[in-house]
Design a protein around this ligand. Structure first.
Ligand SMILES: Cc1cc2nc3c(=O)[nH]c(=O)nc-3n(C[C@H](O)[C@H](O)[C@H](O)COP(=O)(O)OP(=O)(O)OC[C@H]3O[C@@H](n4cnc5c(N)ncnc54)[C@H](O)[C@@H]3O)c2cc1C
Ligand code: SF4
Ligand code: SF4
Length: 398
C-alpha cells in the first residue's frame, strides 16, 4: 500500500526561497544578464503581474494575474488566440513595472561562500552562515534602489559581452546552442562544482570550424529593440489558474497550439534525474500539465533545439517557452533557417539556481522512510502572493 503526505511552506518561511529570492543561488551569468529590457527575445514575454492591486484592483482575486508583453507581430497573433478564454486588459509597461524585466539581480557579496558552505554543510546551516550579516538586507535594498534609478546599467551589461572568451564561467548561460550546432558532436555539457552546466570540448573530435563561437548568443548579441508593442494584464479561469504560477497565459496558449496540431516545448520536473528540470516536447493535451508551473532550477535544453528544427522542417506549428537566454540560444541555433511556424514565449526571469542547490535543499527536507515524489514551487493554497512550496512524500509499506 502507498501512503502519501504533503507539506506546504509559505515561501517567506522556506529556506530554498530565502536563498533564491536573496540571489545567493543563481548562475554566475545571471548577475550580468544580457537579456533584459529591450534585449529580451521572444514573441511574448510573460510573468506575474505583482502590481495588479495598484494597477487594476478589480482584477485582483489573489489567484494569479499574468503580465504579458507583446514583442513581435507573431506575439500579436498569440494574443488573438487568447481572446474569449481570458480576462484581458490593456495596460502600460509603467504599470507592469518590475525590476526583473529591466535589470539583472545584484550578486551578494557572500554568494561564493554560500556554494562553498554547501559542500560541507547542510542547506540550512549554509543559509545560517551567510545570514550572519544583519546589515545585508539594508545594503542590498540600497543597492537595488540605486540600480533601479540608474539606467547606466545597460552599459555595464554590454561591457560583459567582451569578456566571453576569457571568462566563460561568468558569461556562459548554459543554453547548449554550441552543443547542438557542433557538426562533429565534439561538445558536451558538464556540471561545475556549483552544479551549473558548462560546455566542454573533446579536442580529439574538434575540427576548429568555429561554428560554436559564431552561434553563441552571448558572443553574438542581437540588436536591441526600440520598444514593446503592447502590454496586457490577463487571467484565465479559476480552474486553470489553480495549476499554474500566475494568470494562466502559458496553459491556455499551449492548449491552443496543440489543438491546432502543433507541439509545445517547456520545462518539466523530473525528481529522478540528476538535473531535476529538463526541456521537453509535448503534443498531447492530456500531458501538457507537465509543463505548467515555474520550476526554480535551471532547465537543461538537451536535444530540444534540434527537435524544434526537425519539427519546423515538417511544417508543424511549434511553441517554445523558456528563460530569455534559452530563447536567445534557440534563435542563434536556428540562424537563417525558416522559422515562420515558430512562436516563442520568454518568462520574466529572476535568475536560475543549480540542481546542486536544489538537491541540498531536498536532502534537508527528507523524512525517515519516505521519498519526496513531487514538488510544486508555486502552490496557491493560501493565495498567489503568499505562494508556498509544496512537497509530496510517499511511503511504501510492503
Ligand atoms: C526561474 C524562473 C524565474 C522567474 N522569475 C520571475 C520574475 O522575477 N518575475 C515574474 O514576473 N515572473 C517570473 N517567472 C515567471 C512566472 O513565475 C511564471 O512562470 C509565468 O508568469 C508564467 O505563468 P503562467 O501562469 O502563464 O503559466 P505557468 O504554467 O506557470 O508557466 C510555466 C512556464 O514556465 C516555464 N518554465 C518553468 N520552469 C522553467 C525553468 N526552470 N526554465 C525555463 N522555463 C521554465 C514552462 O516551460 C512554462 O512555459 C519566473 C519563472 C522561472 C521559471
Ligand atoms: S537565466 Fe534568466 S537571469 Fe539568468 S542569464 Fe538567463 S535570462 Fe538572464
Ligand atoms: S552557446 Fe550557450 S552554452 Fe555554448 S558557450 Fe555560448 S552561452 Fe555557453
Amino acid at each position: 500500500m502507498e501512503e502519501k503526505a504533503e507539506i506546504a511552506i509559505q515561501h517567506s518561511d522556506d529556506a530554498f526561497f530565502k536563498v533564491f529570492l536573496s540571489d545567493y543561488s543563481l548562475r554566475p551569468s545571471c548577475y550580468s544578464c544580457l537579456f533584459k529590457g529591450y534585449r529580451m527575445p521572444g514573441d511574448l514575454i510573460i510573468g506575474d503581474f505583482w502590481n495588479i492591486r495598484m494597477a487594476y484592483p478589480s482584477m485582483d482575486d489573489d489567484k494569479g494575474v499574468s503580465e504579458v508583453i507583446v514583442v513581435t507581430e507573431k506575439g500579436e497573433k498569440l494574443i488573438s488566440m487568447l481572446s474569449g478564454r481570458m480576462e484581458i486588459r490593456r495596460t502600460s509597461i509603467l504599470k507592469a513595472f518590475q525590476p526583473a524585466i529591466w535589470y539583472p539581480p545584484v550578486k551578494p557579496r557572500k554568494r561564493e561562500r554560500f556554494f562553498l558552505e554547501l559542500r560541507s554543510n547542510s542547506f540550512a546551516t549554509s543559509l545560517q552562515h551567510i545570514n550572519s550579516n544583519k546589515l545585508r538586507g539594508i545594503a542590498s535594498l540600497f543597492r537595488g534602489i540605486v540600480r533601479t534609478l540608474w539606467p547606466i546599467r545597460f552599459k555595464r551589461t554590454a561591457a560583459g559581452m567582451s569578456r566571453v572568451e576569457n571568462d566563460l564561467k561568468k558569461t556562459c548561460i548554459g543554453c547548449s546552442a554550441c552543443v547542438s550546432a557542433c557538426p562533429t558532436k565534439a561538445i558536451g555539457m558538464k556540471a561545475d562544482n556549483e552544479g551549473f552546466q558548462y560546455p566542454i570540448i573533446d579536442e580529439s573530435k574538434c575540427i576548429n570550424c568555429g561554428l560554436c563561437k559564431r552561434i553563441c548568443p552571448v558572443a553574438n548579441p542581437k540588436k536591441m529593440l526600440t520598444g514593446f508593442r503592447a502590454v496586457y494584464a490577463m487571467k484565465a479561469s479559476d480552474e486553470i489558474r489553480a495549476c499554474c504560477s500566475s494568470g494562466g497565459v502559458f496553459p491556455v496558449l499551449a492548449e491552443e497550439i496543440v489543438r491546432k496540431g502543433g507541439i509545445v516545448f517547456g520545462a518539466v520536473l523530473d525528481l529522478l534525474s540528476s538535473n531535476f528540470v529538463k526541456h521537453t516536447a509535448v503534443d498531447d493535451v492530456a500531458r501538457l500539465s507537465l509543463l505548467y508551473g515555474s520550476k526554480y532550477i535551471q532547465s537543461t535544453i538537451g536535444s530540444s533545439y534540434e527537435d524544434v528544427k526537425r519539427e519546423l522542417a515538417t511544417g508543424r506549428l511549434v511553441l517554445f517557452s523558456g528563460t530569455p537566454c534559452q530563447i536567445a540560444g534557440l534563435y542563434s541555433y536556428l540562424g537563417r533557417f525558416d522559422y515562420s511556424n515558430l512562436y516563442t514565449i520568454s518568462i520574466i526571469c529572476h535568475g536560475v539556481p543549480s540542481s546542486l542547490v536544489f538537491s541540498a535543499y531536498l536532502k534537508d527536507m527528507q523524512k525517515d522512510g519516505m521519498d519526496i515524489v513531487d514538488v510544486s514551487f508555486r502552490d496557491k493554497i493560501i493565495g498567489w502572493r503568499r505562494y508556498s512550496i509544496k512537497l509530496t512524500y510517499s511511503k511504501h509499506n510492503v
